[in-house]
Design a protein around this ligand. Structure first.
Ligand code: 3PG
Length: 214
């Protein structure tokens, strides 16, 4: 494993839960990040799914020093370069095209490709990645699928996302090849829209508590 990968693996292991942030209004970025950090959740995946995503990530980096900001929904080499330029600490993709894997292997950004099948996983392994996002986790076969992948690929560690929430997060975290879980349940669209920062902090506190017990 390369040192940039070791960095990402260590980040996942210490975080255990990683919120997937979709920020539509720039002014929500900093209070949202503060709410997550207050709840004990520091590793944040800001997805490139909205027009303000890059500025939102920059605002969080500038104003919330305790947040460890990464970029999610990285789809190609340009997205990867944008993440590196803005000072992200890590990058995550829902998938793994050959072009993206090549660019990520050449970049200094700690990066987790997304996989849902053995063949995708093997492509990621061929580019030197051993820590991966399993996406969409529940929809792609859930824990049974992940256990099946552990057979031929014991060296791979996962952060599953997709369909994970407060109730099933501890079950996923109890799997030996799961180092963290991610998802949008920690900062739901309805709470962001209404500015329910206290509700987001409370959700984080509950999840962190149950993750520690898992
Ligand atoms: C992701 O990019 O990881 C997913 O959108 C998260 O899925 P969820 O919304 O089901 O948590």
């Amino acid at each position: 494993m390369t040192s940039k990968q070791e960095k990402l693996t260590a980040l996942f292991k210490s975080a255990r839960v990683v919120p997937v942030l979709t920020i539509n209004r720039l002014e929500d970025a900093v209070p949202l990040a503060r709410a997550l950090v207050s709840g004990g959740v520091r590793m944040l995946e800001v997805t490139l799914r909205t027009k303000v995503a890059v500025d939102a990530a920059k605002a969080i980096i500038a104003n919330v020093p305790d947040a460890i900001v990464g970029i999610g929904t990285i789809l190609n080499a340009d997205d990867l370069a944008r993440a590196e330029e803005l000072g992200a600490k890590f990058g995550i993709s829902p998938g793994a095209t050959p072009q993206l894997l090549k660019a990520a292997a050449a970049s200094n950004l700690p990066f987790a490709p997304g996989i849902a099948t053995a063949s995708e996983l093997m492509q990621a392994l061929a580019h030197g990645f051993e820590t991966m996002k399993f996406f969409p986790a529940e929809q792609a076969g859930g824990i049974k699928a992940l256990r099946a992948l552990a057979g031929p690929f014991p060296q791979v560690q996962f952060c599953p996302t997709g369909g994970i929430g407060e109730t099933n997060a501890p079950t996923w975290l109890a799997e030996p090849n799961v180092i963290a879980v991610g998802g949008s349940w920690l900062c739901q669209a309805v709470d962001i829209k209404s500015g329910n920062w206290a509700g987001i902090t409370a959700m984080c506190e509950r999840t962190v508590k149950s993750a520690k017990a898992a």
